[in-house]
Design a protein around this ligand. Structure first.
Ligand code: SF4
Length: 459
């Protein structure tokens, strides 16, 4: 969600006459007239990083008095008073609900040299109505809701983003149609809890029967939409109608990110996650029955304050039993004013040990899962993003239908947005490596001939 907000911020800056500057690796190298830091407060170290970066920008501001420095996003929402106190050279502070105010705040700073701060608790303008510059020209995020009505005890999102507000279905469908017409191949529907779409009393839709499966169905029907994904669903509200729609449309990708968080029922209860491990497994089984080639990824938190060694072992067991394609694993971090933050915390050494054990196990599982793609041909959507080593190795990057990162070489000129066949020749826990096969049939024939020849030699 924050990354998408950054696209909206870039869009608004362009609208008021700014041009995107060259990417720099360090704040010390920034030469722009305006710098906006869009922050995230979901993890604890964001504040330390923010003040470090602001310190580096102070030197820049001393040599360029006209430079405007702004801080937006979750941390701005949370630390509104602290930021100006700790870093008075910051000109603008705006919250997650005030993206639309940025142009006015810039004007205010230009006119009266005083800091401009705007933080609202309630969303007034849905960010999707604001201009945008998309980072990726193939795949676009489209928010369907903002905020969350759940009360997970470790999570700061409801405090920062407020209660869930759903976007009007027509706005969502119109935005997606426009994106497909512009040439976008993939749409990712975004929401803190997508499957509660349409169910909130706070939403401003008139048709209360319009829910997430209906929206998904209508989006999948959009002509020319090649790939459709969504994130993140809540395991508790994952209903059969959504699974049926997923199974019905080939352009809904057979991939789902389903956050488990813990394999222990006791910890799930303490986290106020409203499902238990058996329910989670039931949802996974239904998904696998309806969509046999589906791949499932997840989020796991290690070191929740009440997690015992036995609880942690249940998480390890769940990871093995469910066989996730990949898992984002996080060390629990205290978030201010959350119920879990007030509990006695675990010893950091114990947490680190558990975290290492979990990531090692998950890496092994990921590698094993990726091995099934070895020597297989996968369809990859070529992206305009570059991997770290792509420049040196002349390789390109794309994603398969499950969202797996695939690096590949090709003898042909390829354009981003093309869907091509890649023969996988190497696998790693985080990605696949392969070569572009231009003619799938002739390559299958080739391997068949080689096989025959080998057989003959043995006979
Ligand atoms: S569902 Fe829970 S973890 Fe997800 S955003 Fe809402 S409160 Fe946070």
């Amino acid at each position: 969600m924050n990354e998408h907000d950054s696209e909206r911020i870039a869009g608004m800056l362009e609208k008021v006459g700014y041009k995107k500057a060259e990417m720099v690796n360090n704040f010390k190298d920034v030469e722009s007239d305006i710098v906006i830091i869009n922050t995230c407060a979901v993890r604890e170290n964001a504040a330390t990083r923010l003040y470090g970066n602001l310190g580096q920008l102070l030197a820049k501001k001393r040599s360029n008095k006209k430079m405007i420095i702004g801080v937006g996003g979750c941390l701005a929402q949370l630390d509104k008073d602290k930021i100006i106190k700790k870093a008075p050279w910051v000109d603008i502070v705006f919250g997650t609900n005030n993206l639309q105010s940025l142009p006015a705040l810039i004007k205010r700073v230009n006119h009266n040299t005083k800091n401009a701060v705007e933080i609202s608790q309630q969303l007034k303008v849905f960010p999707s109505t604001l201009p945008t510059i998309r980072q990726n020209t193939i795949s676009a995020w489209v928010p369907i809701s903002v905020g969350c009505n759940q009360k997970c005890t470790f999570c700061i999102v409801p405090q920062l983003r407020g209660q869930e507000i759903d976007r009007q279905p027509e706005d969502i469908l119109n935005e997606i149609k426009a994106l497909v017409n512009e040439g976008f191949k993939e749409i990712i529907l975004l929401g803190q809890n997508v499957n509660s779409y349409g169910l909130q009393p706070s939403n401003y839709q008139s048709d209360k029967k319009y829910n997430f499966s209906k929206l998904l169905n209508q989006v999948a029907e959009i002509k020319g939409l090649q790939r459709l994904r969504f994130m993140s669903p809540h395991p508790a509200g994952f209903t059969d109608d959504v699974i049926q729609v997923m199974a019905k449309y080939p352009n809904i990708m057979p991939a789902i990110h389903l956050p488990l968080q813990s394999g222990s029922n006791k910890v799930l209860k303490d986290m106020k996650r409203s499902y238990r491990i058996n329910h989670f497994k039931r949802v996974v089984n239904k998904l696998r029955l309806a969509i046999p080639d589906i791949e499932i990824t997840t989020d796991i938190i290690v070191g929740f304050p009440t997690e015992t060694q036995a609880d942690f072992e249940q998480t390890l067991k769940a990871i093995k039993d469910i066989n996730f394609l990949s898992a984002y694993t996080f060390i629990y971090s205290i978030r201010p004013n959350t119920p879990a933050g007030k509990l006695p915390q675990l010893n950091p050494d114990i947490i680190q040990k558990r975290f290492n054990e979990l990531t090692n196990l998950q890496s092994q599982i990921m590698l094993e899962n990726h091995k099934k793609y070895q020597n297989k041909i996968v369809k990859v959507l070529v992206e305009n993003i570059k991997g770290r080593k792509d420049k040196i190795t002349h390789r390109l990057t794309g994603r398969d239908k499950h969202g797996i990162l695939v690096h590949f070489t090709s003898n042909n000129e390829l354009k981003s947005g093309q869907e091509i066949d890649i023969l996988i020749n190497k696998v790693a826990p985080s990605h696949l490596l392969g070569h572009h096969i231009k003619n799938r049939q002739s390559s299958a024939l080739k391997s068949f001939n080689i096989l025959e020849k080998t057989k003959q030699q043995f006979n």
